[in-house]
Structures are given as structure tokens and as C-alpha cells.
Design a protein around this ligand. Sequence first.
Ligand SMILES: NC(=O)c1ccc[n+]([C@@H]2O[C@H](COP(=O)([O-])OP(=O)(O)OC[C@H]3O[C@@H](n4cnc5c(N)ncnc54)[C@H](O)[C@@H]3O)[C@@H](O)[C@H]2O)c1
Length: 315
Amino acid sequence: MKVFLTGAAGFIGFHTALALLKKGHEVFGYDAVNNYYDPKYKENRLSLLHDFDRFTFRKGLLENEDLLSASYRNFEPSHVLHLAAQAGVRYSLEHPHAYIQSNVVGFQNIIELVRHSQPEHFVYASSSSVYGGNKEFPFHEKQNVSHPISLYAATKLANELVARTYGHLYGIKNTGLRFFTVYGPHGRPDMALFKFAHRMLKGEAIEIYNYGNMIRDFTYIDDIVDGVLSALSHPQMNKVYNLGRGKKELLKDMIAMLEKALGVDAKKEFLPIQPGDVEETFADTSAAREDLGYKPTVNLEQGIPQFVRWYQEAH
Ligand SMILES: NC(=O)c1ccc[n+]([C@@H]2O[C@H](COP(=O)([O-])OP(=O)(O)OC[C@H]3O[C@@H](n4cnc5c(N)ncnc54)[C@H](O)[C@@H]3O)[C@@H](O)[C@H]2O)c1
């Protein structure tokens, strides 16, 4: 495959690019390397990808139509994996325009290129947050998702609708992947596991929302990468899949596992749930299992020590 991969400097993009390169595929990475979180993590990921001759990288915004288009057209991808986005739920309360620019305008720019070049498959990142306040668990793809509760979720839902429309109008093969709380080595500093580890090791209190009663379906990065690679190589029309572990975990249990792995007792500050946050996420992964052979295997008990090992080496 010749994969045009947006978000290659990001957490999931980096791991997916690495797996593709190790399998002998060619990857063109495109990423703004923005400072939503410390770009040193992104530079570090990119330096590992540059070890491969089959990796090319261009720093640029999705909103920069000319640069995006020139990079894309020169490369002539057989597959497009669109992972670049403004992520995060809480940040969208204060920076709404960043979400419209990256996730709506940026998505439109990439799907227009796809429309005119017709690669074998266009795969893009959606999110478990599209399920909003749905109360039927586990979440499955046939549920109604017309009630997002954050702008972030609304932009991801918009992406699914645009992809579906372009599939209908122009016959573009496309698959959206709804990721569920992905964690692991090289993880994102704005996500709970990383933030908690960072504060706990500095002896600072950790902020625990919803008094620790938040439920998340934590999914280890290697399982996600397997799901993404399988989705890429199964061109389909207008599909959306949950990629989660398929297991509910209480936030306070995750913290207990992290305390054990770090050998630290956390100082805890319990807080109410934040606006835009979903209380519970839990994936029904049967569709991905059946169609893509997706088989997540890593439990939180196994994944947290892997994350901690990387964190301690990296810092
Ligand atoms: N990590 C998770 O738990 C999770 C869960 C659900 C969905 N997702 C989605 O998966 C995708 C990858 O997430 P991630 O965790 O790797 O996030 P990340 O923030 O680490 O990676 C996203 C990358 O996109 C780049 N980017 C952002 N806006 C851009 C723009 N306008 N132009 C060019 N590049 C831009 C950033 O520089 C960053 O490197 C995103 O679409 C995210 O919304 C992630």
C-alpha cells in the first residue's frame, strides 16, 4: 500500500505509521505538529519514523489546501488514512474554532482530494464520543447518534455524515473508526492516564472527575493499530466500526492500577463531572470482529505497566 496518513506525528498516527512501515508499506505523513500539547512528543515520534526510507513527511495544516493537495497528488496514494484532528472534549468548550477548522474544514479538504483521485480506500478517525449521552450499553453502531453533547463529538459526527454522502454521490469507499479511549506508550499528555502519572510522580494531587465513577472502555494502542490496519485493507462502502476493548472500567480502578504500577499513593481531588463529558463508554465490537477479524487482547492490568515503562524511560 501507499498510504497518505494525516496525523502521523500524533499518538495513533505514529503507531499506525510504524506498523505500516514495518510491514513494508510506503507512508507519506502529513501533520501540522501543532502545540495543542507539547510538540516535543510529536517530534520524538517523527524521529523514530524517519528511520525508515519509505517514510516521507510534510509539515502542514489540513486547512492549507495548496500544500495538502500538492503533497497528496505528488504521492499518488493507494490508501488514505485520515487521523489528524483537533482532539479532546474539554478543550472544545474554550476553543471551538479549532474544531471547526481542523475537523470540518480540514476533513472537507482531504475528502475532496479523495473524491478526485479515488484511492482504493479512505479510512478516517471518528470517536466513541458520537454516542453522546446514550444510555443503552454497550454502544453499537446501529444506535441513534443524533445527540452529541460536545462540539468535538458534533464534528466527528459531521465527518461520518460527509463520508457517507460522498460514498453515495461519488462511490468513494470509506470506513470510519470510532476509537474508545486509546492509551499506551507514546500516549497523549492531555489524557487522564498520562496526566495522572505525571502529577503522581511529582507528588501533586490528581483531579478526578465524576468522583471517580466515570466508566471508560480503555483500549490499548496495539489493539487499535491492528483494527486500523485491518480496516485499511478491507475497502468497504460507508461503514463505521467501534474499536474498543469491549470492557468497562471504573476510573477509580484505573487509578488504583496506576498507583500499583508506579508504586505511588495518589493525592486525590474529587470533582463533579465536567460539561461535555460522557459518564460511560462501552463498546460492542462484534461488527469489527465479524467484518475485520478485530480481536482486542490487552487488558488494563497488562497495558498500564507498558505505559508506565515507556513513561519512565521517556522522562
Ligand atoms: N486517542 C483517543 O483516545 C481517541 C479517541 C477517539 C478518537 N480519536 C481520534 O483519533 C485521531 C488520532 O488521535 P490521537 O490520539 O492520535 O491525537 P493526537 O492529538 O495525538 O494526534 C492528532 C494529530 O493531528 C495533528 N493535527 C491536528 N489538527 C491539524 C490540522 N488542522 N492540520 C494538520 N494536522 C493537524 C496534530 O498535530 C496531531 O499530531 C483523532 O482524529 C482523534 O480525534 C482519538
